[in-house]
Design a protein around this ligand. Sequence first.
Ligand SMILES: C[S@@+](CC[C@H](N)C(=O)[O-])C[C@H]1O[C@@H](n2cnc3c(N)ncnc32)[C@H](O)[C@@H]1O
Length: 305
Amino acid sequence: MEKVISKLILGDCREQLKNLADNSVDLIFTSPPYADSRSNTYGGVKPDDYVNWFLPISVELLRVLKPDGTFVLNIKEKVVDGERHTYVIELILELRRQGWLWTEEFIWHKKNSYPGKWPNRFRDSWERLLQFNKLRSFNMYQQEVMVPMGDWAERRLKNLSETDKVRDPSRVGSGFGKRIANWIGRDKAYPSNVLHLATETKNRSHSAVFPEALPEWFIKLFTKENDWVLDPFMGSGTTLRVAQRLNRNGIGIEILPEYYQIAREDIMVIEEPLPPQLPQSVEPVQPAQLVLLEKKKKYEPTKPE
Ligand SMILES: C[S@@+](CC[C@H](N)C(=O)[O-])C[C@H]1O[C@@H](n2cnc3c(N)ncnc32)[C@H](O)[C@@H]1O
């Protein structure tokens, strides 16, 4: 088995991303600082400034992602002045203008969120995982995340109706159909786009650690062994640690030395982080520029009003 490389870079991703080669990464999986949150630990970005702050970063991500790669963004809008701020929605629209396809949205249901009482809302138990791609056709290894059929199969497949035994066309005329009987005798099914995972309880001295199971699921779904995974907001290094365990190469960028140190403590750094240059063995693929042309879209940032 090829040895995988883990590159941990101490620095600002707005600068460090420029050192990475075009079209060199298979999966970008990251959880950036949420608007304004945790400003006491690593400097919040104001919700109104969030989109403008993020766009120069995402244009670099668009450049470094391979055409058949995937970008997964873990984010959630915060409540400002009694309502949900719209920066995530605005960001999605701007990312599409930038050339990204907004391919899918997954929900991370935090199974163990704290109970509480708020005057006008209930406890927040989910976060978004927005999936973006450069092209409509991208690498996806669906069989790697199949789940046990469970009770459903036993209950539902016991008494099959006549419709269940033939292909039942979609009632909304989508052209899709299902044949329930196809699932007889199978012990695994494809999962849904809702992930039920507990938050990380041992917080690794970082205030916003996500559980290892989160990057693990996406790394398995969108990469194979020896592919490259990038986390430009590495924090304590969860994405990188999982990538290494799953035999994927990883690049992590973290601005704060204390978090960078935490990551270094338990990720076996196989190659020194500087200079952050990908090895020659990473095949150059179609330049990002061509991909954008292919989509007949040009990136023109919208002017703030
Ligand atoms: C939400 S946390 C990520 C936590 C990470 N997923 C984990 O499991 O530990 C975001 C991280 O981004 C870092 N950060 C903020 N701005 C950055 C920048 N411009 N470049 C690199 N890292 C940055 C913060 O210091 C913080 O550690």
